[in-house]
Design a protein around this ligand. Structure first.
Ligand code: CP
Ligand code: NVA
Length: 303
């Protein structure tokens, strides 16, 4: 990969995304068949978390273990970063100990600063702005279930948040048409939407059924993201109707798949009925976090 970091999907070319997905498929096949591949023997990944995580934390830790390396869990509450030590100092200190850093935090600028001042690869494990690792796993899952990515219609319903931003970029770069169904005032990032409209087939509408019409892939995420807990009750009112349910499924393609980055709030952004009917692809998507991230780790950390 030309880039030595994964800060956001916009930094990757379509070819680089394809290379990651191909390697991820290979690593998944090898793991399923008991073939070990210690491509990162002796390497250590630091994992800084300023927010909660199940999938990202466990999949990165197991991924490093699978690859012959090790991972260190660094809660930002327990390291000096949480007491105000600057990101640029943290970057220079940790670069002396580690071979790479995965960081989950609030501001995208903190991830960029880590990359600017550190001398080791930095991987974005979610910010308020984007979630590139999740979307690599999503693309891998779409290819697995649909046979190809290009030409499919991807519809995201809900908050125009970090997931929406990364899905737009990943979807357009991989040749999907992308539609977003979200309330006015909760649209994805304006610059990303402008780029999408200029570079592909992109629609953002407040009409859920218009967004979902003929979709091959339906996607949703929580109405209140981490850090927005105080707005949760107000958001429940604003987002009522921005839900994947039977009405939405009825206008999508009959063989439409449903994805969710998880954790899911049943009867909010998705009904329990639709969630369980599509549990197969949703939990494959969760598993694919492991394989996709191992591919990213190999691309960025291998000598
Ligand atoms: N989808 C996702 O990133 O899950 P976690 O918050 O559990 O890491
Ligand atoms: N939008 C969600 C994604 C969680 C994986 C959040 O940021 O909390």
């Amino acid at each position: 990969m030309e880039n030595k970091h994964l800060l956001k999907l916009m930094d990757l070319s379509t070819e680089e995304i394809n290379e990651i997905l191909n390697l991820a498929d290979q690593l998944k096949y090898e793991k399923k068949n008991g073939i070990e591949h210690h491509l990162l023997k002796g390497k250590t990944l630091g994992m800084i978390f300023a927010k909660s995580s199940t999938r990202t934390r466990v999949s990165f830790e197991v991924g490093m273990y699978d690859l012959g390396g090790q991972a260190l869990f660094l809660s930002s509450h327990d390291i000096q970063l949480g007491r105000g030590e600057p990101v640029n100092d943290t970057a220079r200190v940790l670069s002396g100990y580690l071979d790479g850093i995965m960081i989950r935090t609030f501001a995208q600028s903190d991830v960029e600063t880590l990359a600017e001042f550190g001398s080791i690869p930095i991987i974005n494990g979610l910010t308020d702005y984007c979630h590139p690792c999740q979307v690599l796993a999503d693309l891998m899952t779409i290819r697995e279930f649909k046979g190809s990515i290009k030409g499919n219609k991807l519809c995201y319903i809900g908050d125009g948040n970090n997931m929406a931003n990364s899905l737009i970029v990943g979807g357009i770069k991989m040749g999907m048409s992308v539609s977003i169904g979200c309330p006015d005032g909760y649209k994805p990032d304006a610059e990303i939407m402008k780029w999408a409209a200029e570079n592909g087939d992109f629609v953002c509408t407040s009409d859920v059924l218009e967004a979902a019409k003929d979709a091959d892939v339906l996607y949703t995420d929580v109405w209140a993201s981490m850090g927005q807990e105080a707005e949760a009750e107000e958001r429940k009112k604003i987002f009522t109707g921005y839900q994947i349910n039977d009405n939405v499924m009825a206008v999508a393609k009959p063989d439409a798949m449903v994805l969710h980055c998880l954790p899911a709030h049943r009867e909010e952004e998705i009904t329990a009925k639709v969630f369980e009917a599509h549990a197969k692809e949703i939990f494959e998507e969760a598993e694919n976090r492991l394989h996709a991230q191992k591919a990213v780790l190999v691309k960025l950390l291998k000598d």
